[in-house]
Design a protein around this ligand. Structure first.
Ligand SMILES: O=C(O)CCCC[C@@H]1SC[C@@H]2NC(=O)N[C@@H]21
Length: 238
């Protein structure tokens, strides 16, 4: 456990190439935590910041499915930490919601080959103790919440790392052995707003439709006025 680092994902990128195998990099404080789509990720004291560095030897579209592996692992870590699943849900592609607020986010970064081996950094940011203010997130985004405020359960980052690493290992083994199908089913069973009308935004497009499913490639499937649309990457708004 590092006391302080700029970003555990940045540290993973620096270490990639010198580590012999997969590794968790965890820090008590980040000075430049980063979120999806170039956003900053606030890191108040007591929250959880970690990156799992992997060296998957697979096609990029298979590697990308780790976002579902990661979200399911977070879901299980929360369930283990609190002893309950009430209020927990997964928001496509990989946020974890608790009582309708965002309690955790995941940032996947492909690092490209280091000494001939492609690396993947999976960054997990969890509001264990403190939620950033609603003003710190994009207008219309799900409001941040913390595990402590929603459940009264206080979990130390070190303890959460143990739970998450164990849960991740289980889901990773299932993914490698059986492929995406069982994870897709598990993810859909925990999905927020399935069957409801949602909005998917990229920097340049906005698609409104009924959230039908997630397909075999992990795409968000929306039933829109113009027909069925498969969306590979976007931010979802409710
Ligand atoms: O935008 C999101 O929802 C993803 C947030 C991911 C934040 C985590 S904190 C640990 C890791 N290091 C970073 O700089 N970002 C990720």
């Amino acid at each position: 456990m590092l006391a302080e680092v700029d970003s555990t994902n940045a540290e993973a990128a620096r270490l990639a190439g010198s580590l012999p195998g997969p590794e968790w990099i965890c820090a008590l404080r980040q000075t430049a935590g980063r979120g999806r789509r170039g956003r900053a990720w606030a890191n108040p004291q007591g929250n959880f910041s970690a990156t799992l560095l992997l060296m998957p030897r697979e096609a990029p579209q298979v590697v990308a499915l780790r976002s579902f592996v990661s979200a399911l692992a977070l879901y299980d870590a929360f369930a283990l930490a609190t002893g309950r699943i009430e209020g927990l849900a997964l928001k496509w592609p990989n946020d974890v919601l608790l009582n309708g607020g965002k309690v955790a986010g995941i940032l996947l970064e492909s690092l490209g080959p280091r000494r001939g081996v492609a690396h993947l950094a999976i960054g997990f940011g969890v509001n264990l103790a403190v939620a950033p203010g609603a003003g710190e997130v994009e207008p219309g985004a799900v409001p941040p919440v913390s595990l402590l405020s929603e459940t009264g359960v206080s979990v130390a980052p070190e303890a959460f790392l143990d739970l998450l690493a164990g849960a991740y290992a289980e889901h990773e083994a299932r993914f490698v052995t059986y492929g995406f199908a069982p994870l897709r089913e598990a993810w859909l069973a925990r999905a927020a707003r399935l069957g409801e009308v949602i909005t998917a935004r990229t920097g340049t497009t906005e698609t409104v439709g009924r959230f039908e499913t997630v397909d075999e490639a992990g795409n968000l499937i929306l039933a829109t006025r113009a027909g069925r649309q498969a969306i590979a990457a976007a931010d979802v708004f409710f």
